[in-house]
Design a protein around this ligand. Structure first.
Ligand code: FE2
Length: 492
């Protein structure tokens, strides 16, 4: 018997004889003891009995076998059971499940930024860097140097220098990076307002000159496990069910693929992460009603439940909200409220988490974040724009990791909830930082961390068109947790 995948030789033999084989005919021949001999017998028989026949189908082959009596169709081969991979449990390490109330007082914001400063300073200190209070620099003698950890309040580009207004709990101060500073200048250009950085300073007359800048970043010696669980995580986001632009056809191709249990990739998928904007929501932006196919949020969730019910139950489905879900817009967001959970769970089981969230699968840490602040970073970072996002999405995520903060620039378009402890600091270096929101798929490895944006399932919107953003529609990113290799899957 030929190997089950060795159909090519049979097909070529049939073609040489001037015949085409149907899929069923090929399967019967592949399972016979002597596929080529059986085929030649069938061809000889057909030539004599039906010279005009050019297509050999299963029925004909069975009939010939019966007529000639020389060949015996083999017993049907028992198909192997698909291998079921034992996936480790998906553990939710951290998220904000509750609806949190704040009063909007100045003290709340002070505590929030103090917490951000202290957490980011600790990341720097953990590398063995010692800091003095910023207030001490006034006491420094000429040409003396010291290192401080500061939050950048403002930056100005002048003809001769970049001027930073900085703050730590002791005081505020102005420091300069001269334009002729070369390497330091290059580092200074990556410093964003509201970020916390380490600065080595030197007093030159009455001016304080920056000698070096240290981002919290990922340490060079950061260790990542060389192997993880033998399974894939599939990352998708921004499905936008309810929108007229939702590409149902592409998502059906995805569902069709995810149900192919014998596909080598599919059978290894143990978890799908749905990184926000499952539904399009209602009233998310002015004039949205014109772009909605389903105008009720409830109905959008019912439609989502039906669609998600087609994902095999053996696959864990983790779902966090985005800016289109009916939850608080300020970060951190809680999971969708109970009524919507119930609707979704009428279709299948899900793991509901807030945004952002950290999950652990085996020894792999995944930091999940819908990515609302990506819009701010795209506006702020030089040489990045919506129209160049296909090339630069990795660079934007890299800036986030360098700042070790999911929304490093305050006061732009990302509302933040001033909690006592800043939940958006990336305190622990993850194995994967997974985002969505900007609808452009991209994968980058940065200092051992996989930076991923999983694209979308919604056709270009009018806003995206006006911004020159071309979404990557119908995309999923597969991450092999064993070796951290990735694959961008395109459906269509
Ligand atoms: Fe979206």
């Amino acid at each position: 018997m030929v190997a089950l995948n060795d159909g090519r030789k049979i097909i070529l033999t049939a073609l040489k004889g001037g015949y085409h084989l149907t899929e069923e005919a090929l399967e019967i021949l592949k399972k016979s003891e002597d596929p080529i001999g059986t085929l030649n017998t069938v061809i000889d028989y057909v030539k004599k009995t039906n010279p005009s026949c050019v297509v050999l189908d299963g029925e004909l082959i069975r009939a010939v076998i019966k007529q000639t009596g020389k060949l015996q169709e083999p017993e049907p081969v028992q198909e192997e059971e698909p291998i079921v991979y034992a996936c480790p449990e998906v553990k939710i390490i951290h998220h904000y499940p509750e609806d949190i109330r704040i009063e909007g007082r100045f003290e709340e914001f002070y505590r929030y930024f103090h917490s951000r400063y202290m957490k980011l300073r600790k990341i720097l200190e953990d590398r063995g860097i010692k800091f003095i209070p910023l207030s001490e620099i006034v006491k420094m003698k000429k040409d003396q140097e010291a290192t401080v950890a500061v939050m950048v309040l403002d930056r100005k580009d002048t003809e001769r220098a970049i001027v930073f207004e900085c703050e730590d709990p002791s005081t505020t101060a102005t420091v300069l990076v001269p334009k002729k500073a070369g390497e330091v200048l290059a580092k200074a250009e990556t410093v964003l307002v509201d970020c916390v950085v380490g600065m080595r300073l030197r007093k030159v007359n009455d001016t304080v000159i920056v000698q070096d800048i240290l981002h919290p970043d990922v340490p060079i010696n950061q260790k990542h496990a060389s192997s993880g669980p033998d399974m894939y995580v599939c990352l998708i986001s921004d499905i936008h069910i309810g929108s007229k632009n939702f590409r149902r056809d592409l998502f059906e191709s995805f569902l069709d693929w995810i149900n192919r249990d014998r596909d080598g990739e599919v059978k290894r998928i143990g978890c799908i992460v749905l990184c926000g904007d499952l539904v399009d929501g209602v009233g998310v932006y002015p004039g949205q009603e014109k772009e909605l196919e389903v105008v009720s949020v409830n109905e959008q969730f019912y439609a989502a439940a039906k669609i998600l019910s087609e994902i095999p139950e053996r696959i864990e489905l983790v779902y966090l909200p985005g800016n289109h879900e009916p939850v608080r817009k300020a970060l951190p967001q809680p999971p969708v409220p109970d009524p919507y959970k119930k609707i979704l769970e009428s279709g299948r089981k899900l793991k509901f988490v807030g945004n952002p969230a950290k999950i652990l699968i085996g020894n792999r840490l995944l930091h999940l974040y819908h990515g609302q602040s990506l819009d701010d970073l795209i506006q702020i970072l030089p040489s990045v724009s919506y129209s160049t996002l296909h090339e630069n999405i990795g660079k934007v995520l890299e800036a986030m990791l360098q700042a070790r903060h999911l929304a490093p620039c305050y006061g732009q378009n990302t509302p933040l909830l001033p909690l006592d402890s800043d939940p958006l600091v990336i305190e622990e270096v993850p194995d994967v930082l997974c985002t969505g929101h900007v609808h452009v798929a991209g994968v980058k490895s940065y200092k051992g961390v996989l930076l991923i944006n999983s694209g979308c399932w919604q056709e270009q919107t009018s806003f995206q068109q006006s911004a020159g953003l071309k979404p990557t529609v119908g995309t999923a990113v597969l991450v092999n947790l064993a070796d951290m290799s990735t694959k961008l899957k395109l459906f269509g």
